[in-house]
Design a protein around this ligand. Structure first.
Ligand SMILES: Cc1ncc(C[n+]2csc(CCOP(=O)(O)OP(=O)(O)O)c2C)c(N)n1
Ligand SMILES: [Mg+2]
Length: 347
C-alpha cells in the first residue's frame, strides 16, 4: 500500500507547506457553509478574546486554545441531533461554541462566575451545554473516551438512533483506555465516533518523538473499526466525512474513527505563540498559518461568488459586538457564594 494511504502515515497531511489552496466546496449548501464560516470566525475571535485576557491577567484559570484547529468541531456539530452525547477534553472551547454553547456562559465559567456553564466551579476545562448535547469536557487526558463509549452503549441498549462522539487529541491515544474503548466499541458495534484532532503535539512533544508512526488510524485498523484520515483544516471535507460516519453509526453501522490533521497556533496552554510549557515552539507555525481553515473556506466562497469580502467584514463587526457584550456581561456577573462550594459534591 502507498505509505500515504496506510493507517500508519499522515503523508502530506502533516506537511505545513501542503494543503494551502482554497477548499473544494463540492455540492454543499452555500448558505450553510456561510453560516459555518461565520461560526468559525466567532470561535476564533472568542478565543482571541480569552487569549487577551489571559495575557492581561484578568483570567486566572489555565486555558488551552484551539486557535487554528477550529474546523473539526464544526464538522461534527453540523450533524448532531437531540439525544446525541458529545464529550470533549481540555481544549474544548471550539467544541462548546460549535455545538451552540452560550458565549456569556463560557466567558463566565472561565472567570469563575456563578452564571458560568458549570456554575463557575470548573473553569475552561469543565464545559457542558446539555441542551446542545455537550455532556462534558475534562482535563484528565483520555478520561471522556470511555464515558462516550458508555453513552453509545446506553443508546444501543435503549434502541434509539442516537450516537456519541468522543473528541480526543493525538496524545490521548497513548492512554490505555482508548484501546479498551475501541475494543468494546468494535465488538459491540456501538454508535460512537472517535474524532482525533491530531495537531502533531502533546504539550511540547512532537508525535515523532512519542510514537513509532504519526498516524493514529492504525489503532482503529487494529480493532476492525472503519477509519478516515482527513485534512483537519478543510471544513467541507470534515462536514462530508463526519456526516457519512454519523449516518452510518445511526443506522447500526458501528463505530468510526476520524483522524483530522491540524495544528494549534498558540502554545499548549495560555496565550503565547512562541512557547509550549516553557519550551520554544516548533518553527512550522508560519507554514501552518497559510493552511488557516477560515481563510481557505472564505477564499473558496469568494471564488464561488457565494459570498464577498464586504459581507465577511460586516459579519466580523457583528461578531465583535456579540463578543464584547458577552464579555462585559460575564465581567459584571457575580462570583458564587462561599456556601455553594460543597453543594454539588457527592460522597
Ligand atoms: C492522564 C493525564 N496525563 C497527563 C496530563 C497532562 N496533559 C494535559 S494536556 C496534555 C497533552 C495532551 O495532548 P493531546 O491529547 O494531543 O491534546 P492537545 O493538547 O494537543 O489538544 C498532557 C500530557 C493530563 N492532564 N492527564
Ligand atoms: Mg495533540
Amino acid at each position: 500500500m502507498n505509505e500515504e494511504y496506510s493507517s500508519k502515515s499522515l503523508g502530506i497531511l502533516s506537511d505545513p507547506t501542503a494543503c494551502r489552496e482554497p477548499i473544494n466546496l463540492k455540492n454543499q449548501s452555500r448558505e450553510s457553509l456561510i453560516s459555518n464560516l461565520e461560526l468559525l470566525v466567532l470561535i476564533r475571535k472568542a478565543e482571541e478574546k480569552i487569549a487577551d485576557n489571559v495575557e492581561n491577567g484578568r483570567i486566572k484559570c489555565p486555558c488551552h486554545l484551539a486557535i487554528g484547529q477550529e474546523a473539526p468541531a464544526i464538522g461534527i456539530a453540523a450533524h448532531i441531533q437531540k439525544g446525541d452525547a458529545v464529550f470533549g477534553a481540555h481544549r474544548s472551547h471550539a467544541h462548546y461554541l460549535a455545538l451552540g454553547g452560550d458565549l456569556r456562559e463560557l466567558f463566565a465559567e472561565i472567570l469563575g462566575k456563578e452564571t458560568g456553564c458549570s456554575k463557575g466551579m470548573g473553569g475552561s476545562m469543565h464545559l457542558r451545554s446539555l441542551k446542545n448535547q455537550l455532556y462534558g469536557t475534562v482535563p484528565i487526558v483520555g478520561a471522556t473516551i470511555p464515558i462516550a463509549t458508555g453513552a453509545a452503549l446506553a443508546h444501543k441498549l435503549d434502541g434509539n438512533d442516537s450516537i456519541a462522539v468522543s473528541f480526543l487529541g493525538d496524545g490521548a491515544v497513548e492512554e490505555g483506555v482508548l484501546h479498551e474503548s475501541l475494543n468494546l466499541a468494535s465488538t459491540m458495534n456501538l454508535p460512537v465516533i472517535y474524532v482525533v484532532e491530531n495537531n502533531l503535539f502533546a504539550s511540547h512533544l512532537h508525535i515523532g518523538l512519542r510514537q513509532p508512526n504519526d498516524s493514529t488510524c492504525r489503532f482503529a485498523e487494529a480493532h476492525n473499526i472503519k477509519w478516515s484520515r482527513i485534512d483537519g483544516n478543510d471544513t467541507v471535507k470534515l462536514i462530508e466525512t463526519t456526516g457519512t460516519a454519523i449516518n452510518c453509526a445511526r443506522s447500526n453501522g458501528g463505530p468510526h474513527f476520524i483522524e483530522a490533521v491540524t495544528y494549534r497556533w498558540r502554545g499548549h496552554v495560555g496565550h503565547r505563540e512562541d512557547n509550549d510549557v516553557g519550551v520554544k515552539r516548533s518553527d512550522d507555525l508560519e507554514g501552518w498559518k497559510k493552511r488557516d481553515p477560515i481563510d481557505r473556506l472564505a477564499r473558496a466562497l469568494f471564488d464561488d461568488g457565494a459570498y464577498t469580502q464586504n459581507e465577511l467584514d460586516t459579519a466580523k463587526l457583528e461578531i465583535d459586538r456579540k463578543i464584547e457584550a458577552a464579555w462585559q456581561q460575564a465581567e459584571e456577573d457575580r462570583y458564587p457564594l462561599k456556601g455553594e462550594l460543597f453543594r454539588r459534591v457527592y460522597a
